[in-house]
Design a protein around this ligand. Structure first.
Ligand code: 5AD
Ligand code: SF4
Ligand code: FES
Length: 350
């Protein structure tokens, strides 16, 4: 691909926020374009979502999971982690603390732990909503009726990564899971009026650049409100123990291209990035991202919520994370948003 063509695609992305699969593939494959791409994404980020950064307090409330994803440390066949489940009142107390640290949103995340019925979760959500916080759920696949009940209880947003849009790869990575069901979960959430977050892993064995380009086109098709991208970090207690790590620069190009194509989206600088590289979140915040999800889980539970090894902040307290991230944000001339950080729909100016 000539440099001229690449720059033409970049310009097109900046002006129209549209690229086709081939153009995306060309940009994703170009290892010399990272900084230029990041600078373009940073400009689009400023224009559409401004300089504020939204913080979401992450509560990892159960590491019990009925699924068996090949890459994930919470998979049910992993006997090497100590399982835990917080009680509803512990969860609500953590949310209260998160509020005191100034977070306007809590993300309730867990494995697919069926102990937490929609009714139990609804009670938790109602109590948190009384504190005037936005509630994001990240608890995996549930029925339309359950999503409906949770929305009616007050949940505002839902995160469910598609992980990969290659049906073949998706189903190979968990033979018991259905790609079509995952997709319908996302469209059900959309229909029910949630802000919908999705995303993918970068560096899955067998994943191609074309498939990553497809992932971006899928985010556009869904008109995702939030998109979280992270590199695969091989976990020794999973069948992917020997897999290679996801590539940092490729993951960064993904984030930049997603900002260019979905200019209004809320895009986190994910924790997994920082496992690969110190200060990755700062780099990613300057490459298109505008959200950080600091951990508000307390004590040993942080370590036990072991999706992948080398997780950052396992020995830190919620207060330390809050001040650490506040300092980092200030150091790059940005500031922490004062509002709840819903997606802002803007007239698309080109
Ligand atoms: N490396 C990186 N990310 C992982 N996740 C699960 N296992 C890993 C891993 N080994 C991600 C998945 C899931 C999110 C909660 O964590 O993308 O959606
Ligand atoms: Fe469970 Fe999610 Fe891990 Fe899959 S990725 S095993 S659904 S926690
Ligand atoms: Fe946890 Fe920096 S964000 S210590």
């Amino acid at each position: 691909m000539s440099d001229k063509m690449i720059l033409q695609y970049l310009k097109k992305a900046q002006m129209t926020h549209e690229l086709n699969q081939n153009e995306l593939t060309a940009l994703l494959s170009d290892t010399t374009i990272d900084d230029t791409l990041a600078a373009a994404a940073d400009q689009v980020r400023l224009k559409y979502v401004g300089n504020s950064i939204h913080l979401r307090g992450l509560i990892e409330f159960s590491n019990i999971c009925r699924q068996n994803c090949m890459y994930c440390g919470l998979r049910r066949d992993n006997l090497h982690i100590e399982r835990y489940r917080l009680t509803p009142s512990e969860i609500v107390k953590l949310a209260e603390k998160a509020r005191r640290y100034g977070y306007k949103t809590v993300v309730l995340q867990s494995g697919e732990d069926m102990y937490f019925s929609a009714n139990i979760l609804a009670e938790i959500i109602k109590q948190i909503k009384e504190m005037d916080m936005a509630v994001t759920l990240s608890i995996g696949e549930r029925s339309y009726e359950e999503y409906d009940l949770l929305k009616k209880a007050g949940a505002d947003r839902y995160l469910l990564r598609i992980e990969t849009t290659s049906k073949k790869l998706y189903e190979a990575l968990d033979p018991a899971m259905s790609f079509n069901n995952r997709k319908s979960c996302l469209f059900n959430l959309r229909k029910l009026g949630y802000e919908v977050g999705t995303g993918c892993l970068v560096g899955l064995p067998g994943q191609t650049i074309e498939s990553l380009a497809q992932d971006i086109l899928f985010f556009k098709q869904l008109d995702a409100d939030m998109i979280g991208i992270g590199p695969l970090i091989p976990n020794q207690n999973t069948p992917l123990a020997k897999a290679a790590k996801g590539d940092f620069t490729l993951t960064r190009r993904m984030v930049s291209l997603i900002r260019l194509l979905l200019p209004e989206a809320n895009i986190p600088a994910t924790t997994a990035m920082e496992t690969l590289k110190a200060d990755a979140r700062i780099i990613i915040l300057q490459s298109g991202a505008n959200v950080v999800m600091p951990n508000v889980t307390e004590g040993d539970y942080r370590r036990k919520y072991a999706l992948y090894p080398g997780k950052i902040c396992v020995a830190d307290t919620p207060a330390q994370c809050r001040s650490c991230i506040g300092g980092k944000i200030k150091s790059i001339g940005r500031y922490v948003a004062a509002d709840k950080g819903f997606r802002q729909h803007q007239p698309r100016l080109t």
